[in-house]
Design a binder for this molecule. Structure first.
Ligand SMILES: *Cc1c(COP(=O)(O)O)cnc(C)c1O
Length: 342
């Protein structure tokens, strides 16, 4: 029986949405990787959300479809957001602003663990400048949300209409982009005649995880969503994800309920800190590149794919399971982490 997605589709259609993707992103099976003996007979697939065209692509474009919808409905002329120096969300916000003819201000914070030349000046920051964004680099310890509030005040005094997006674009509205992605995945699963037992995602600002979980919940799908946190610790990330998922459900269907136990967040791959390389991440990035020709980033995709590999190798999934890993993009990060791969 195909999924009945009419309820989810109708709920999503109530929110203004800009089109930033070309259409559904492909789902592909990792055939060589799945055949390795230590994959224990699991069928590993990838959802190619790195294959979104604008600005180098990545998961933030799905959130930006709804955020931009909201911004344009409000008559905004300037997009404002913040993140780390290597923020993919900042880079894609700058690309969207360029495409739309809007101004863009990015507030970027230094990393506690990386201050090398490549990290500070290569990768995403090269692209932010190409897209024409105004970049504010904060000193260590400065609060980006406080700076953003001051900046917005100034822009308003100048007669501008700024639209502010939180870290990672993960407001409840932004997260709707991944509820729409859940519908897209379930349609593709029906067409492929595959039931995905589990969808595996990185969890940073939790919008990707929360949006997907809200989506499968409303579609009454038994597919589980498993997130690997790369930013907050496991307990914090689980709490944030539960709260955020409930906020997204509130937007889509105030009557919907969510059991606490449906949130699965694993902290085993985070390592010492956000953005700190781990051996398992390096192995995962290399394995995907050398066996499938696919590129994952060191901060999100590499760590969460390492978590998938560890679980499969530990026999956590029975042979014949169907696992879907969401490739979220972030390719420029590889160049910011050149020294880690040497
Ligand atoms: C932001 C980001 C994520 C994490 O998504 P959240 O919604 O913030 O949890 C994963 N991968 C990449 C490449 C990202 O840029």
């Amino acid at each position: 029986m195909p999924h009945d997605l009419s309820h989810l589709d109708t709920a999503l259609a109530a929110y203004p949405r800009a089109t930033l993707l070309e259409g559904p992103t492909p789902i592909q099976k990792l055939s060589r990787l799945s055949r390795l003996p230590d994959m224990n007979g699991c069928n590993i697939y990838v959802k190619r959300d790195d294959l979104t065209g604008l600005g180098g692509g990545g998961n933030k474009l799905r959130k930006l479809e709804f955020l931009l919808g909201e911004a344009l409905a409000e008559g905004a002329d300037t997009l404002v957001t913040w993140g780390g120096f290597q923020s993919n969300h900042a880079r894609l916000t700058a690309a969207v602003a360029a495409q739309q003819g809007l101004a863009c201000e990015l507030i970027l914070t230094p990393s506690a663990v990386r201050s090398d030349e490549d990290f500070c000046h290569n990768g995403n920051v090269v692209l932010d400048a190409l897209f024409g964004a105004m970049v504010h680099r904060l000193a260590p310890g400065a609060a980006p949300d406080v700076f953003a509030a001051q900046r917005v005040e100034k822009l308003r005094q100048q007669g501008k209409k700024p639209f502010v997006m939180p870290l990672g674009g993960s407001s409840p509205i932004g997260s709707l982009g991944y509820s729409a992605c859940a519908a897209e995945i379930l349609r593709q699963a029906d067409a492929l005649d595959v039931h995905f037992d589990r969808i595996i995602v990185p969890n940073g600002s939790a919008g990707t995880h929360s949006g997907l979980l809200a989506g499968v919940t409303l579609a009454h799908s038994s597919t589980q969503i498993a997130g690997y946190t790369v930013l907050a610790n496991e307990d914090q990330a689980a709490t944030t994800t539960l709260e955020k998922t409930r906020q997204v459900l509130q937007l889509l269907d105030p009557g919907a309920t969510l059991a606490d136990s449906s949130v699965s967040v694993n902290g085993s791959q985070r390592g010492d800190a956000y953005g700190a390389p781990t051996d398992a991440m390096l192995e995962a990035v290399r394995l995907l590149a050398s066996h499938e020709g696919l590129l994952t980033d060191p901060v999100y995709g590499g760590k969460s794919f390492a978590g998938l590999l560890a679980a499969v190798r530990a026999g956590e999934y029975p042979a014949g399971s169907h696992l879907l890993f969401v490739m979220t993009g972030g390719l420029p990060g590889i160049f910011a982490y050149r020294s880690a791969f040497e």
